[in-house]
Design a protein around this ligand. Structure first.
Ligand code: FAD
Length: 383
């Protein structure tokens, strides 16, 4: 691939970097302590077009390619992963999936609202009893006339308490496994849908994570997204592209760790000189720098494959696996550079480590990514 960015990609990256430095990074610690980012950030993201990247302009999107999306995601992740996650879910998992699978009416109803930030989307796949083995989900949708009636519960749903729209996966057929699953567009204010905020998270504290409970939630036939029984394909197509976005967010965390470690090592003096001049501190910093570049290149490769219409799912698993583990390593190395000051939240690196940790868990744990990559290479499923 050509590693030189186009003028358009350079411009959108600069726009995102300026926005992050001005509107996100200065507030990240306060939002983390308050366990809530400023809700006004959603409209600002929409106004800049960051919630509509890659979505066609005729549906209110801002167009652009996946490399631009990765660049913006990295910059937001450099400032605050809680904000980055809002975009990765509402745009990456919901709006982009709706653009790919929705009919004309569904797209006209929801996409202009999602891309402008006047509505927020969430992605309801995980359940209390089914995480990695998502094909075993038990939330049910039963036909009643032309309507569907949904019952069940969803766990760990990002944007859950704030969302206006739930892209929800439920079992419509009796068949076990992925064959009987369908996708639904459920307005969050539908009677019978209740949400409970999940507090006490290790990281991503500013993000609105929720448990959703569905009791007799009635939606019309037009709420079905994609063909009946194809919901698992809808979910997996969303997650495959979503992994590029998580990887890009991890590059942002690792870059923030590098910036922080460099800044601190240059001004902190011990034994009569800046610690930046110590070989073992340089080892920590150079390890972070290599992780940043390797994770970024793997992420850009996925974006390039998607933009060229080539197969990309295994490469997306590789990028997500490496970048998430790299972000944890980078943040931990940066904390080491800060010494005891890294352990208190007046300094940014502890939050980077807490925020990075979940990246190895969601949208497929590191173990699940290895099983996906292993299956693609050997042709044998080891799940
Ligand atoms: P489990 O699946 O129970 O896994 C437990 C452990 O077993 C892990 O180490 C796993 O790797 C391992 N394991 C499982 N199966 C195998 C196997 N076959 N071989 C080897 N090891 C295995 N979900 C959504 O649907 N929407 C969201 O917006 C969303 N946001 C989230 C936000 C946060 C902050 C968190 C923490 C989670 C979120 N999730 C969301 C859920 C997330 O995707 C799941 O937590 C994840 O898929 C893992 O599922 P689990 O937690 O049930 O772990």
């Amino acid at each position: 691939m050509n590693l030189e960015l186009t003028p358009e990609q350079t411009a959108v990256r600069r726009l995102a970097a300026d926005f992050t430095d001005r509107e996100i990074a200065p507030h990240a610690t306060a939002w983390d302590r308050a366990e809530q980012v400023d809700p006004g950030i959603v409209r600002k993201l929409g106004d800049l077009g960051f919630l509509g990247l890659t979505v066609p302009e005729e549906y209110g999107g801002s167009g652009g390619d996946h490399l631009s999306y990765a660049l913006v995601t990295e910059e937001l992740g450099r400032g605050d992963s809680a904000v980055r996650g809002i975009v990765s879910v509402s745009l990456g998992l919901v709006a982009k999936t709706l653009a790919a699978w929705g009919d004309e009416e569904q797209k006209r109803t929801w996409l202009p609202r999602l891309t402008s930030g006047t509505a927020l989307g969430c992605f309801g796949l995980t359940e209390p009893g089914t995480g990695s083995d998502a094909a075993s989900l038990t939330t049910r949708a039963v036909r009643d006339g032309t309507d569907w009636v949904l019952d069940g519960s969803k766990m760990f749903i990002t944007n859950g308490t704030w969302a206006d729209l739930v892209l929800l996966f439920a079992r419509t057929g009796g068949a076990p496994g992925h064959k009987g699953i369908s996708a639904f567009l459920v307005p969050a204010d539908t009677p019978g849908l209740t949400r409970r905020a999940i507090h006490g998270k290790l990281g991503l504290r500013g993000q609105a994570t929720a448990e959703l409970v569905l009791q007799g939630v009635r939606v019309p036939a037009g709420a079905l997204l994609g063909p009946e029984g194809k919901g698992f394909s809808v979910a997996m197509s969303a997650l495959a592209k979503g992994r590029m976005s998580v990887a890009a967010g991890c590059v942002g965390i690792a870059q923030a760790a590098l910036d922080a470690a460099l800044g601190y090592a240059g001004q902190r003096e011990q034994f009569g000189a800046p610690i930046a001049g110590r070989q073992l501190v340089q080892e920590l910093i150079s390890d972070i720098a290599v992780d940043v570049d390797a994770a970024r290149l793997l992420t850009w490769r996925v974006a390039d494959l998607i933009d060229r219409g080539e197969p990309f799912t295994t490469e997306a698993s590789q990028a997500k696996l490496f970048a998430s583990e790299a972000a944890v390593r980078a943040a931990s190395n940066a904390l080491q550079v800060f010494g005891g000051y890294g352990y208190i939240d007046e300094y940014p690196v502890g939050k980077l480590l807490r925020d990075a940790r979940v990246m190895t868990l969601y949208e497929g744990t590191s173990q699940i990514q290895k099983l996906l990559i292993g299956r693609a290479l050997t042709g044998v499923s080891a799940f």
